[in-house]
Design a binder for this molecule. Structure first.
Ligand code: RTP
Length: 157
């Protein structure tokens, strides 16, 4: 997850299958790019049940757990898995997503602007440095992450 609190901080963001089906991939990437964040990992993938289970390990035992894993893994559409880098990107990414339940998401956030149901909330973002580290490692190999210099660097440093 890069180095916490620096311009090299990294977070894991995923457009969930419903977001892909609804053709919101470009809109979501656009918001992170426009903010000044740098895309360092990107892939389209249908996760295995094992991967989704590890990703959502904290939620095992919740009544919605099996449905959540099925929604992520049934292959109706893939997940767009991403790693974004930049200052405070973990916390700022969560703010850009908005509250988990779209009913509580602030206007202007991704969830408020594009969805209505907590079980179909189109996007995931790591909620802490520890989660970001775990999730990036789970979804990406080190050689899938790109090290490059953004033209924004001069302005965001
Ligand atoms: P995410 O991990 O997807 O970014 O969401 P989150 O941290 O904001 O929320 P969390 O409590 O970790 O829940 C993970 C995902 O589970 C689904 N969920 N469904 N049916 C329900 O009541 C319910 N509650 C949670 C959501 O898709 C949520 O994003």
């Amino acid at each position: 997850a890069g180095v916490k609190g620096t311009n090299q901080e990294r977070t894991f963001i995923a457009v969930k299958p419903d977001g892909v089906q609804r053709a919101l991939v470009g809109e979501i990437i656009k918001r992170f790019e426009a903010r000044g964040y740098k895309l360092v990992g990107l892939k389209l993938t249908v996760p295995s049940k094992a991967l989704a289970g590890k990703h959502y390990a904290d939620l095992k035992g919740k009544p919605f757990f099996n449905g959540l894993v099925d929604y992520m893994t049934n292959g109706k559409a893939p997940v767009v898995a991403m790693v974004w880098e930049g200052k405070d990107v973990i916390r700022q990414g969560r703010r850009m997503l908005g509250a988990t339940n779209p009913l509580e998401s602030a206007p202007g956030t991704i969830r408020a602007d594009f969805c209505t149901a907590i079980g179909r909330n189109i996007i995931h973002g790591s909620d802490s440095y520890e989660s970001a580290l775990k999730e990036i490692t789970l979804w990406f190999n080190e050689n899938e992450l790109a090290d490059w210099v953004s033209a924004n660097a001069e302005w965001t440093d």
